[in-house]
Write a protein that binds this ligand. Structure first.
Ligand code: ZN
Ligand code: ZN
Length: 629
């Protein structure tokens, strides 16, 4: 009797030491959320009882650790295992890949090869994804050759990963070639190609592919929408989103779609449409996603509604007030010319315990620059490296040079440029050139323009700006030389264009536009303006034309500037008291700036103009920029 019991106990114990049993338990734990604690206990038990952790069991334990996010334990297991299998490597590679730790994926792949473990069709898709997202074409090609040697190129998963890798690395033609060679092409390969074509600006090809697709999923639609946005075809992005929303039985937008379409609203200053998409995101429950929240804030800020942007920010739960969220607010204040508000947002961020990063300082410095806060700006520029150990990059130098040269402190600006340890880029010289125009400093203009002619040989704006300055100084020979270069290069000036959104529709106006159905009324309103301005106590200044921007032709009738046309159109077509929102593709010119101030007073309207650099809020005859832009 006792003998039997001993036998039974022994067999139980033997079974309890069976690695196969544990393998299945760990497999279950991997699929069960929040099971890290139990997994750890079980692992400890195995070690205590001296259960043999064979390669398969090790792989299962590693999979449990990496799916629970404890990648350290998983990698220790791999490190100390005498003969790790490809399964063990794969579970760890998968863990790193899911957390987008691409460099880790690649280094693990290298150590796999170094330990003579053969990668398989589970390994390659993760490794290729790392190459695609980094992106690293060279490594991708090397991995491709390994796939070929293992005969895996035509495997569905490996093949579509290869297509994705080549498309994301910008080799879209090669990706297409593989696509045609492959016998099976799944929807993800189509999507990768569409995204690839959009990335290189081949919008038409992407459209054809989208139309030809046998089956489309949410990623296909999103790739098209975000592709349109990237390529500046914002109108099409919004249209396609509407179409997707209407066909929502077939496919429903996800949070990525929302994040892709919001910049399109910002691009065409379509505030109403942005609000509708915000509502839609709320209905679908995406508005609690941190990325969506930030995209919504950014959309409001870029569509000129700082109030709504701030409301969204204030509604964020504490944990979502990350550095990215704060940066969105700081940048929004800066672009609206509210330097003091940008600074106070920065102070609030620091006192709430969030560490600023390089982007925070770009926003902060450009805020100081737009508001003429020279001393504060210089202080922050010093603090950046001394207090926060952030090395200034190009954009920071550009902001500080902009700040100093706008204030006319060219000597100090040039001193900083000469001390720069990195190459000077067009943004730095561009800031100097445009400020030298405002301050009529021909010496600095010549220094900056000469650099710009080399850095941006095809930017006509630089030539026009310098030639206008020569004209003012009466140096007609120089003017002739520059005009000749312009003609020779066949450079065209960028035409000024402004948009005004009314009832969700954007109306575009080009400089001197006369083909609009309401052209007569628009020009009549503008013609009456000088008289009314004089009556309001305004005497015209000749300095205006000097404020005029580089890109637009000075000879062109000022009354025909696109932003004036758009404002007049807005006045004629909206109810009294309604706020006007205008977007311009270039910098607003001095004459239009003054006109907008007076129109805001005479017609009692709030006018918000977003130009290429910043926002201007006109109200009661003044602008938030304080005429400093
Ligand atoms: Zn103008
Ligand atoms: Zn202004």
């Amino acid at each position: 009797m006792q003998q039997d019991l001993i036998l039974l106990l022994r067999s139980l114990l033997q079974n309890a030491l069976n690695p196969l049993l544990y393998s299945s338990i760990f497999r279950i734990l991997t699929r069960t959320p929040n099971s890290l604690h139990h997994g750890r206990q079980l692992h400890a038990l195995l070690i205590l009882h001296g259960v043999c952790i064979n390669p398969t069991l090790a792989a299962r334990i590693a999979a449990m650790y990496s799916s629970s996010g404890d990648l350290r334990s998983a990698s220790l297991l791999l490190h100390y295992h005498p003969c790790p299998s490809s399964l063990l490597f794969n579970s760890l590679i998968r863990g790193y890949s899911l957390r987008n730790l691409h460099i880790k994926v690649l280094s693990l792949f290298y150590s796999m090869l170094a330990r003579s473990v053969i990668p398989d069709h589970f390994t390659f898709p993760f490794v290729l994804r790392a190459c695609a997202d980094l992106p690293s074409l060279l490594t991708g090609c090397a991995v491709h050759s390994l796939c070929l040697r293992r005969g895996l190129e035509l495997d569905v998963y490996v093949g579509s990963s290869l297509i994705n890798m080549y498309a994301k690395c910008g080799e879209v033609r090669f990706a297409h070639h593989l696509f045609e060679v492959m016998h099976v092409t799944d929807v993800s390969s189509w999507n990768a190609l569409i995204a690839g074509y959009m990335m290189v600006g081949a919008v038409k090809v992407a459209e054809h592919m989208f139309d030809d697709m046998p089956k489309r999923n949410v990623i296909s639609w999103t790739a098209m929408i975000s592709g349109y946005t990237q390529n500046g075809v914002a109108g099409r992005a919004l249209q396609l989103f509407e179409q997707m929303r209407k066909n929502c039985k077939e496919v429903k937008p996800n949070w990525v779609t929302i994040v892709s379409v919001l910049p399109a609203c910002a691009h065409s200053a379509a505030l109403d449409q942005g609000r509708r998409i915000h509502d839609y995101a709320r209905i679908l429950g995406f508005d609690s996603h941190p990325t969506v929240q930030i995209a919504i804030m950014g959309m409001y800020a870029k569509c000129g509604s700082l109030v709504e942007a701030r409301q969204c920010f204030d509604c964020l739960p504490g944990k979502n007030k990350t550095v990215v969220a704060w940066n969105t607010m700081i940048t929004a204040y800066a672009s609206h010319g509210l330097g003091a508000e940008a600074i106070s947002a920065f102070d609030d961020m620091v006192s709430s315990g969030v560490q600023p990063d390089a982007v925070s300082f770009t926003g902060l410095l450009s805020g100081c620059s737009h508001s003429g806060l020279v001393d504060r700006g210089l202080e922050f520029f010093d603090d950046m490296s001394v207090v926060y150990s952030i090395k200034p990059k190009h954009e920071h130098y550009a902001c500080i040079v902009d700040l100093l040269s706008r204030a006319g402190k060219f000597e100090k600006a040039l001193e900083i440029v000469n001390q720069m340890k990195i190459d000077t880029g067009p943004s730095i010289w561009g800031a100097l050139l445009s400020a030298s125009r405002t301050h009529r400093n021909l010496d600095v203009a010549e220094i900056a323009a000469k650099r710009l002619f080399v850095l941006e040989p095809n930017n006509s704006g630089n030539y026009v700006l310098l030639s206008n300055m020569y004209a003012e100084a009466g140096k007609w020979d120089e003017v002739k030389k520059l005009r000749a270069i312009l003609r020779e290069k066949g450079m065209k000036k960028i035409p000024g264009c402004s948009w005004c959104e009314i009832d969700g529709q954007a109306h575009a106006f080009f400089t001197g536009d006369k083909c609009h159905p309401q052209a007569t009324e628009i020009y009549k309103l503008l013609e009456d303006l000088p008289v009314r301005m004089k009556a309001a106590g305004y005497s015209p200044e000749t300095g205006f034309v000097l404020h005029d921007v580089s890109e637009e032709d000075k000879e062109c009738n000022l009354a025909g500037h696109s932003e004036k046309l758009a404002i007049a159109f807005g006045i004629l077509n909206t109810n009294p008291g309604a706020t006007l929102r205008i977007t311009k593709n270039l910098r607003i010119c001095g004459d239009c700036h003054t006109a907008a101030k007076f129109i805001s007073k005479i017609h009692n309207r709030e006018i918000i103009v977003r130009d290429i650099n910043r926002f201007h809020h006109f109200k009661d005859g003044i602008c938030t920029c304080g005429d400093y832009w």
